[in-house]
Design a protein around this ligand. Structure first.
Ligand SMILES: *Cc1c(COP(=O)(O)O)cnc(C)c1O
Length: 397
């Protein structure tokens, strides 16, 4: 009997004894939430992306909430963003009582189309929330210029983009310096580096950073790290409503180990992505991801757009039948029931590209431990899905 083919998952974090050791150190230290490990992780992350400030929080959704509140987004305001994103992008806007205003994505990619932003601006627009979808930098140069021209803050949803780079004034720079006003990162296991759950805000503004630190810990005027070290009794006060958005020291210790790995992870992923692209280029009707000349993705995910004549679901099922897991491409927030009412969002443009991307794109298995043979097998199985060959009728026209 021949052995069943090995299962290939869609993604897998890189975690081993190094993270275990780091967590052990924290547990035995007696200080397990927001303390010295969080402070060290923040310093190291800030240095890694080149940001003046980095503030750790519980996840990227809470980071987005703090970022939006910080630039003044409140009840009745509008925030320009994309529907073609994970639902957290728009939910954070709703948490502020504001309205997500959706613009479409660019043809041939999965990021915001900068050409559509200006027409979506109204007197109520308080921020532009752009997304570096799947780790591919969006066109920040143009988006930041539009923000400047209209005095509208730009927040980067960089959930997927730790380790991605952009060409800026002739220099490769990491996403998160930030190039907009604030960038928000995620350390969920689906991203390139993980702390289980976790998030990070980066900014050049002293004032924003001060607010993040206050709000993430109930707006407590004196953090417990300060009270702990004090020689005199100090009592704290609470001047505004804050949140419990803390990261724990256990998470931060894992994050510090993950950050050390990140450059090597990105290097490996870039090599794997080019293997996929080489093997898939030339397949009629199939679109491989496009990396603009000014962008370097961290390749969090490898997403392809299928030929228009084949069924997304059947293709995914055929791959699953041979042990290969895939996921549908990025969702469309405006199509979810939570966004059904006209009071939940406004579509400033046609969202046709967003909808087409969702219907036709598939995320192929992609993780650092994959081998060249794994990639070859995924491609072979994908290309043997019966309908993938271009129909003769189409070839004739
Ligand atoms: C993962 C993700 C988020 C949410 O991150 P969490 O850390 O899980 O809160 C937000 N935006 C985008 C684009 C994401 O991919």
């Amino acid at each position: 009997m021949s052995e069943a083919p090995r299962q290939i998952p869609v993604a897998r974090p890189v975690l081993d004894e190094r993270e275990v050791e780091a967590v052990r150190r924290v547990i035995l230290s007696g200080w397990v939430t927001q303390g010295p490990e969080v402070a060290a992780f923040e310093r190291e992350f800030a240095a890694f992306v080149g940001a003046p400030h980095a503030c750790a929080v519980s996840n990227c959704t809470t980071a987005l909430h703090l970022a939006l509140r910080c630039v003044g987004v409140g009840v009745g305001d509008e925030v320009i963003t994309v529907s073609h994103s994970f639902i957290a992008t728009a939910n954070a806007i709703r948490y502020c009582g504001a309205l997500p205003v959706f613009v479409d994505i660019e043809a041939g990619g999965y990021n915001m189309d900068p050409d559509l932003i200006e027409a979506a601006i109204t007197p109520r627009t308080r921020a532009i929330l752009c997304v570096h979808q799947l780790g591919m930098p969006c066109d920040l140069r143009r988006i930041v210029d539009i923000g400047k021209r209209h005095a509208i803050p730009v927040i980067e949803d960089a959930a997927c983009a730790a380790g991605s780079e952009i060409l800026w004034d002739g220099q490769w720079q990491r996403i998160g310096r930030p190039h907009g006003d604030i960038a928000c990162f995620s350390f969920h296991p689906r991203k390139v580096v993980t702390t289980g759950d976790g998030g990070m805000l980066t900014t050049a503004s002293d004032e924003y950073d001060r607010k993040f630190r206050l709000w993430r810990q109930h707006s407590m005027s004196v953090p417990d790290t300060v009270r702990h070290g004090a020689k005199q009794v100090i009592s704290e006060d609470y001047r505004e409503i804050g949140y419990n958005y803390r990261m724990t020291d256990v998470q931060a210790a894992i994050g510090r180990e993950q950050l050390k790995r990140l450059p090597a992870l990105v290097k490996r992923r870039r090599a794997l992505a080019s293997q996929y692209t080489r093997r898939l280029s030339g397949v009629a009707g199939l679109q491989t991801p496009v990396e603009p000349h000014w962008a370097r993705s961290n390749w969090q995910s490898y997403c392809v757009t299928l030929p228009g004549w084949i069924d997304q679901r059947q293709t995914m099922q055929a791959l699953l039948n041979c042990g290969i897991s895939t996921r549908r491409g990025v969702m469309n927030i405006h199509l979810e029931e939570a966004y059904a009412g006209s009071d939940t969002h406004r579509a400033a443009t046609s969202l046709a590209q967003s909808v087409a991307a969702q219907q036709r794109s598939v995320i192929l298995p992609f993780f650092t431990q994959m081998t060249g043979a794994d990639i070859a097998r995924v491609v072979e199985e994908l290309l043997s899905v019966p309908a993938i060959a271009e129909p003769a009728a189409l070839r004739a026209v």
